[in-house]
Design a protein around this ligand. Structure first.
Ligand code: 4AD
Ligand code: MG
Length: 465
């Protein structure tokens, strides 16, 4: 076959070089036709749209054409022409076809359209070939790019927090142990406990639950930093909003108070959503049509509305006065459940809500204490459909206050001396937050389950692919 430079379908549909000989490569979505002419819908993943290949059957090898079935992979040289048919503006009149890989119609699992998302999870190795996952994965890419762009354009430096950590101090959730010790015969100390001094790092280590503590070290030198990496939580929470491995964006800002922190959270979320509307419209339109016809409207409404800012105490009053029956009863001091968060956002205010001033008992040790002695400068950003999309706070920068909180909560000082050091040497007011990347993608795509917005979900009892 003649060697012609490949054009991606996305570029082809933009530049439309009518009358030229082009090459496209991709996977066959459908083939139909009769004994004279075949129509192949080809997709190369660059864009949701297929390109139609028109094949004059008599000019091609019968056996090759027979093997071109749904799922097979081909390379096509041909003439780009305006399409006579409906549904596409251009099509390719095939001159030469090379078959790279067949897909046996008897066994290829994506034979027909309209598989359930549950079924597709069982074939996560093939689901990127569907329109839905193509759209989700392209949007996920665009959001990652937008995140780096936003922070870079605003003077933030990307800090790589470690994935393996020796501290279990954050208290954000159960951790996954990292060890090279023999599980059957670990070295033991005299008292029978495992001797981690003989482990790889000479101490117990885990996968990180958050890059925040390291982010703070960075912010107290570079002023504005963000981390963006995988985090791990070994909770057995089998919900549509939780993963055991998820990605988190954690900006950390020296000299920001809780109000600056809220301003940044609102501004960046609006930027990301705007970016999706500006750059992923075809994919959003597809998801809007197939899954959730309120999606695009909902995205626009985020950009158009100012987020409500409200204290935890005020939120409790609203929930107590509501006529709504909650599964978990409401009273001051409780950790808000997703039903409470969604009531505030979807029923009461009908826009995103930023809650601040949580009881210190239900929040992490590092949050800045308010003068009332009861609450801390925490903030959670709550979104429609999702609930909590961001959790953050102003940090306690006063050494004595932070130290007494560490003691109160029995956090081992030996794991945290380096963190406490920042409050001894040139401490500064500072704030930050964590944005759950998959929660953001859930919101932007309108998908209902977090397992469907990450290529290879890690959840309890599931690490197949
Ligand atoms: O509220 P979290 O636990 O906050 C922290 O980890 C802080 N250290 C962040 C900071 O201040 N730098 O988690 C932050 C966000 C949540 O709001 C949620 O969006 C997401 O991370 N998240 C999860 N996403 C998917 N699966 C899970 N199991 C998640 N747990 C938290
Ligand atoms: Mg949280």
């Amino acid at each position: 076959m003649e060697k012609i430079k490949q054009t991606k379908v996305k570029a082809m549909l933009i530049t439309k070089p009518i009358g030229s000989i082009v090459n496209v490569k991709g996977w066959v979505r459908t083939k139909r036709g009769n004994k004279n002419v075949a129509f192949i819908a080809l997709n190369d993943g660059s864009v949701i749209h297929n390109i139609q290949i028109v094949v004059d059957v008599l000019n091609f090898d019968e056996e090759t054409l027979r093997l071109i079935t749904t799922g097979s992979c081909i390379s096509v040289n041909g003439l780009l022409v305006e399409s006579q048919g409906q549904g596409q503006t251009v099509e390719i009149q095939a001159k030469e076809i090379e078959l790279y890989g067949t897909a046996d119609p008897e066994t290829y699992p994506l034979q027909k359209k309209g598989h359930s998302l549950e079924f597709l999870r069982e074939i996560a190795h093939l689901r990127p070939r569907t329109n839905t996952f193509g759209a989700v994965l392209r949007i996920r890419h665009a959001m990652a790019f937008a995140i780096h762009k936003y922070f870079n354009d605003n003077g933030f430096y990307y800090l790589h927090a470690p994935i393996i950590t020796g501290s279990d101090a954050e208290g954000a959730g159960a951790m996954f142990r990292v060890t090279t010790l023999d599980p059957k015969l670990p070295p033991l100390k005299e008292d029978g406990a495992i001797d981690y001094e003989q482990d790889f790092f000479g101490k117990p280590t885990n996968l990180t639950v958050s890059g925040q503590l390291e982010g703070e070290l960075g912010a107290l030198a570079l002023s504005l930093v963000y981390t963006f990496g995988p985090t791990f939580r070994a909770e057995n929470s089998n919900t549509a909003r939780h993963l055991a491995e998820f990605w988190m964006i954690e900006p950390e800002m020296a000299f920001y108070d809780i109000n600056d922190n809220m301003d940044l959270a609102e501004d960046c979320l609006k930027y990301f959503i705007c970016y999706a509307l500006d750059n992923c419209y075809d994919d959003l339109e597809f998801l809007n049509k197939m899954y959730d016809n309120g999606l695009i409207e909902r995205l626009k409404s985020i950009i158009d509305n100012t987020f409500v800012r409200l204290s935890y105490t005020e939120a409790i009053t609203i929930l107590e006065n509501s006529q709504n029956k909650f599964e978990f009863p409401v009273k001051w001091g409780i950790d808000l459940q997703s039903e409470h968060e969604r009531y505030l956002v979807e029923k009461h205010f009908k826009k995103p809500v930023i809650l601040t001033g949580y009881p210190k008992e239900i929040k992490a040790f590092y949050m800045k204490q308010n003068e009332d002695g009861k609450t801390v400068r925490a903030m959670d950003v709550l979104f429609p459909q999702i609930g909590e999309v961001i959790g953050g706070s102003q940090r306690e920068e006063n050494y004595d206050k932070l130290y007494s909180r560490v003691k109160e909560l029995n956090i081992p000082e030996k794991d945290l001396w380096w963190y406490l050091d920042t409050r001894k040497y040139g401490t500064a007011p500072h704030s930050g937050f964590g944005l759950g990347f998959e929660r953001l993608i859930l919101f932007v795509t309108g998908m209902g389950n977090i397992r469907d917005v990450i290529p290879f979900p890690r959840t309890p009892q599931n690490a197949e692919f």
